[in-house]
Write a protein that binds this ligand. Structure first.
Ligand SMILES: Nc1ncnc2c1ncn2[C@@H]1O[C@H](COP(=O)(O)OP(=O)(O)OP(=O)(O)O)[C@@H](O)[C@H]1O
Length: 329
């Protein structure tokens, strides 16, 4: 019963899937790094492919909710993402068209492993569409999207992408209000190990470790027996981040994590992001500049589906085009 319920939550959509039936990855990666001003410097051995530059020629359609694999052949690598060359996420020339409207327009974005990247931009800039492409919810109409070297995000299903190690937290918390903090976390654990700690005296050692470190990260240890419905808005958000952490993602996407939070909660969330950064790659979409200032290294500004500017917060804040289009004078 609980497991059925869990399958309907945003977090549970990224539960691990049984991929026994999936064949080993067979993608050929044959087109090394191109010159681009966004391209980070990477030192690699001679003849080693640095980027999976596979230009997509198929039209993947324009449905935002195309979360299935659309009948495409998509061998799923059983291993985790290959980030040996330091790139966690690689998007090259990605466009998303909704009929004739271009929500993303030839967008190229490279996120290094261990990076905390902030994405800002006006309403309608394409931020959600970008997150949708990364999580497989929307297919690129054109371009390449890879997680590490081998996971082709344009071809994997949402579940396969979650299995590969990408976790997304949506803006609105969707915790199970009647269940305790602990039960919510246990429900988010990978399917094969998902048992409620309160029902069993013994618990998988790996899950126990993940639970302990998650509770350390989200600072809700003292509230484990509290029903989630009685938590503050901020605590619910942290719990939901904890539910993501139970799945041990490598790349975490946070969509407006501090919307509706008090100043103190915003500050705590900034501290949480900085703690998460020690072991994860993060992409944070936010409008709150105080929060961005507290956590940001590189900030990417999106407008009209393309990158308007990229740099430190103060660099983009002083960029004329950004002032004109987004921040104002
Ligand atoms: N399914 C769709 N069909 C048609 N147009 C869409 C669809 N989804 C999004 N769009 C349009 O694509 C553009 C980008 O939307 P998106 O939600 O990605 O922007 P955003 O930067 O996340 O905005 P916000 O900050 O308001 O959330 C918008 O103009 C939106 O209206």
């Amino acid at each position: 019963m609980l497991i059925t319920n869990a399958a309907t939550s945003n977090v549970a959509t990224s539960q691990k899937v049984n991929n026994d039936a999936l064949v080993k990855n067979n993608l050929s990666i044959n087109n090394p790094m191109k010159n681009s001003k966004n391209t980070p410097h990477i030192t690699v051995a001679e003849n080693t492919p640095t980027r999976p530059v596979t230009t997509l020629t198929e039209d993947y359609g324009d449905s935002r909710d195309s979360g299935d694999s659309g009948g495409l052949a998509h061998p799923v690598p059983k291993s985790g993402p290959d980030m040996r060359h330091g790139i966690a996420l690689y998007l090259e020339g990605v466009s998303v068209w909704f009929d004739s409207f271009r929500a993303l327009n030839d967008l190229s974005l490279y996120i290094e492993a261990g990076e905390l990247r902030c994405i800002i931009g006006p309403n309608g800039a394409g931020k959600t569409t970008l997150m949708d492409v990364i999580t497989g919810k929307t297919r690129p109409t054109k371009g390449s999207a890879f997680f590490g070297q081998i996971h082709n995000l344009a071809k994997l299903s949402t579940e396969e992408i979650a299995e590969a190690g990408i976790g997304r937290k949506f803006q609105k918390p969707t915790v199970f209000e009647k269940f305790t903090v602990l039960d919510n976390l246990m429900l988010a654990a990978p399917k094969d190990k998902r048992v409620s700690k309160s029902w069993f005296t013994r618990i998988d050692a790996e899950i126990q470790d993940t639970l302990d470190s998650t509770l350390d990260q989200i600072r809700l240890k003292d509230l484990i027996n509290k029903p989630a419905g009685l938590l503050s808005h901020g605590q619910k958000q942290w719990l939901e981040i904890g539910m993501l952490l139970m799945q041990r993602p490598k790349l975490i996407l946070l969509d407006e994590p501090v919307a509706g939070m008090t100043d103190a909660e915003t500050e705590h969330t900034a501290e949480l992001c900085l703690r998460l950064k020690k072991n994860h790659t993060l992409i944070v979409v936010e409008h709150d500049m105080t929060f961005i200032d507290a956590i940001s290294e590189t900030v990417t500004v999106l407008a009209n589906g393309a990158i308007l500017a990229e740099g430190t917060l103060s660099e983009v804040q002083n960029n004329e085009a950004v002032i004109e289009t987004y921040l104002g004078r």
